[in-house]
Design a protein around this ligand. Structure first.
Ligand code: NAD
Ligand code: UDP
Length: 691
């Protein structure tokens, strides 16, 4: 989906906690395949202290005032969701404008809920009016628990939801370090926290003179009577926090009075320390037990005695508590969990908004996993399945795929994108789901691309396919493997029927793909023989159409982009080698027909267009269709480049009643039009490895 955020700041973390929160949340949200735009009000303070100017996960733009915000009206109108943050300058007006302009969900994100409600009660809140709350579709809040009920009951929020801060477990991880302190505390001085710090750190320090303590943070008044064994660090840069926690046997968490009174308001430090595996002693407040299990993952203390007892207990006990805290963070409190919550709630609100529009209900559509769904064929398949009313989950590592291919799919609430490499164990978000169908299209298909990291290509075909087969076995889904005509290698039988066993060079540069796909077929049919999963195998022959990546080096995309830009046409070898080209729409129809074929296992089935032509003939057709004046250059023939290829599709015809219907000239015209439509031309003549 497309999300536009109107927040206090993303560009500067100076003097505000909002930027750190937005950066973690939005980067994880974008990782889930969403488009994010952040609009920040230009202010002299943040402009002078920018520490991020070009975030990789979103587009960051600035506006000078409300009038200038109008420049982004189309952006907001086209968004699926708009999120307005607390403390945004002139936030009341900004919120009203967002409400008037947006067509999707409009939500408020309160990073300061107790402060907001206190200010609303005194009628001095300049970023939110009490009567605006009911107009936001969702009220996301840094504070959970009873505060959410209050927002819904007293202020009429249609849906108030907790969206806590979190820690990045990659940045905040355990480090090996000799313990320097028995108990540490990290925090800026605040008068309301000082009595607790006195009780839970300074008093134990006085009573345990042989133990070492540290307080890190600025603004402590000069008149504090620090015991001898309490070290002071005035400023500890964030980059040093993990090392600080690693050197602490325990760390202390002390909560601001308003947050403690509200309850359910974890500070970011709590998550950072837990993520570093540092055993935490915390003051107690309502709701902390919903985040960490007291006694196992965190120790709650009200008095010095409890702290002294903990510091006197065996070291292993504390270590186990720190490890348990980190496990809890990894399973529930990472930015990716928060992004998931945001996505879930926005989708629920979008559905509620669109419920009167004609759309199949979510519950009665079957869920399909498309691995490799951001690629050329995969994205067309996602679109077709969505059009058929399916719920589609696309899994892709974006190695050769492109989110732009999923632009339309992303707009559908029945579509989800998960970025993941199938070589790695599948994420819980996938394994915990039920799927009816799994299409495996995850594998680079263009020779220069699959040869770029041959080991990864091989592992994708073996470990990746195994991971998906195991998911199929667990969830009872039918799995379709997209195999390839390359399993026939440089064929000695022409055209190639499924019974032909092929002529593949097992040690050549194409072998990672050819042999990888052969091994994948072996694995798939072994699962089938053992009754572990229901499977289908398509052997796809050269396919072309819109969304071929201009830079991927395959013949059709190369020739069209070269012809359109009058660049030299690259023919590898003498151009007498042949291929048979199938238009993408035909291929997608064939894949779905094969997947939905009922009855006994049909074995592998060739899918392709049997009209065969040489590369030189293809060049002539494309030059003719584009009217290009390009000349021709010959390049060395890549190693093991098959001399000829043409599918025998008698089996597809008989078993699936399938045959391609798009004539080559029509398909090429549509493809050329797509490449020609205001697209920047990328000419690639990066050939596959030659002999
Ligand atoms: P593509 O390169 O456009 O798409 C492949 C997709 O898989 C990409 O989105 C890529 O990012 C993703 N991917 C690659 N490795 C992955 C991994 N380890 N984990 C997760 N995602 C991964 O290629 P395509 O032409 O769309 O081909 C799709 C499938 O069809 C492939 O299995 C290919 O072998 C098969 N095939 C295609 C053709 C053809 O002519 N297009 C011919 C024969 C076989
Ligand atoms: N080819 C070519 N010029 C190019 C790209 C490819 O002559 O710019 C040839 C390539 O050598 C092969 C055929 O076109 O004989 C098809 O190549 P592609 O990479 O599209 O797929 P393949 O069928 O070889 O996997």
């Amino acid at each position: 989906m497309k999300l536009v955020v109107l927040g206090l700041s993303l560009s500067s973390a100076w003097g505000n906690g909002h930027a750190v929160t937005f950066r973690a949340l939005l980067s994880a949200f974008a990782d889930r395949g969403h488009e994010v735009v952040f609009l920040e009000r230009e202010t002299p303070w943040y402009a002078a202290h920018r520490d991020v100017s070009d975030p990789h996960y979103c587009r960051l733009d600035f506006y000078s005032d409300l009038q200038d915000l109008e420049r982004f009206a189309d952006e907001v109108r086209s968004a699926d969701a708009v999120l307005v943050g607390s403390y945004v300058p002139e936030g009341i007006e900004v919120g009203r404008w967002a409400r008037r302009t947006a067509t999707g969900v409009v939500a408020f994100y309160d990073i300061d809920t107790p402060v907001t409600l206190a200010r609303l009660a005194q009628d001095d809140c300049d970023y939110l009016r009490a009567d605006q709350i009911a107009n936001y579709d969702i009220y996301f809040s840094f504070t959970g628990g009873a505060m959410l009920e209050r927002l819904e009951r007293d202020h009429g929020a249609p849906a108030a939801r907790a969206l806590y801060c979190s820690a990045d477990p990659e940045a905040y991880r355990p480090q090996a370090a000799a313990p320097r302190w028995d108990l540490s505390y990290l925090g800026t001085y605040s008068p309301d926290r000082q009595p607790t710090l006195e009780r839970l750190l300074l008093e134990p320090a006085r009573r345990m003179p042989d133990r070492r303590f540290v307080v890190a943070g600025p603004q402590y008044p000069d008149d504090i009577d620090w015991p001898e064994n309490v070290e002071r660090i005035d400023h500890l840069p964030p980059a040093d926090h993990p090392a600080f926690y690693a050197a602490s046997r325990f760390t202390l968490n002390v909560t601001r009075a308003d947050m403690r009174a509200a309850g359910h308001s974890p500070s970011i430090r709590l998550f950072e320390a837990g993520s570093c595996g540092c055993p935490i002693i915390s003051d107690a407040w309502p709701g902390i037990e919903t985040l960490f299990t007291p006694g196992e993952e965190i120790l709650l203390a009200d008095d010095a005695e409890t702290v002294i007892e903990a510091l006197s207990a065996p070291v292993d006990q504390a270590r186990a508590m720190g490890e348990a805290a980190r496990r809890r963070i990894l399973s529930e409190h990472t930015p990716s969990h928060r992004a998931h919550t945001l996505e879930r709630e926005l989708i629920a609100a979008l559905r509620a908004k669109t419920k009167d529009r004609p759309m199949k209900s979510i519950s009665d559509t079957r869920t399909v996993l498309v691995a490799g769904g951001a690629g050329f064929l995969g994205s067309h398949l996602c679109d077709r399945l969505l059009a058929e009313g399916r719920h589609v989950v696309c899994l892709d590592n974006l190695q050769t795929g492109d989110l732009a291919n999923l632009k339309d799919a992303m707009k559908q609430p029945r579509f989800e994108f998960v970025r993941h490499d199938i070589v790695d164990p599948l994420p819980e978000r996938i394994t915990a789901r039920r799927f009816d169908r799994i299409y495996d299209l995850a594998c680079a298909a263009s020779p220069p691309q699959y040869q770029q990291d041959p080991e990864h290509t091989m592992l994708t075909c073996i470990l990746g396919v195994r991971n998906l087969l195991q998911l199929a076995e667990k969830t009872g889904a039918r799995l379709l493997l997209t195999s390839t005509s390359e399993v026939y290698g440089d064929p000695e039988v022409h055209p190639q029927p499924e019974t032909y066993r092929g002529n593949v060079n097992p040690i050549g540069p194409r072998a990672c793909y050819d042999e990888g796909k052969r091994a994948a077929e072996t694995l798939v049919f072994d699962y089938d023989r053992a009754g572990r999963a229901e499977v289908r195998v398509a052997r796809i022959f050269n396919t072309y159409g819109p969304r071929l990546s201009a830079a991927d080096g395959r013949v059709v995309s190369n020739l069209i982009t070269q012809a359109l830009s009058d660049a030299p046409i690259t023919i590898y070898g003498d151009g007498s080698q042949s291929r048979s080209f199938c238009y993408v729409d035909d291929m997608i129809g064939g894949l779905i027909a094969l997947m939905e074929h009922e009855g006994p296992q049909p074995g592998p089935i060739n899918l392709g267009n049997p009209v065969e032509l040489t590369v030189s003939e293809l060049v002539e057709v494309i030059l003719d269709l584009t009217g290009s004046g390009s000349g021709i250059v010959h390049r060395p023939l890549p190693a093991d480049d098959p001399r000829r290829r043409r599918p025998d599709i008698a089996k597809a015809d008989a078993v699936l009643d399938w045959r391609p219907t798009t004539a080559l000239l029509d398909g090429l015209r549509r493809t050329i039009n797509w490449f020609d439509a205001d697209r920047p031309i990328v000419v690639s003549d990066r050939p596959a490895l030659s002999a």
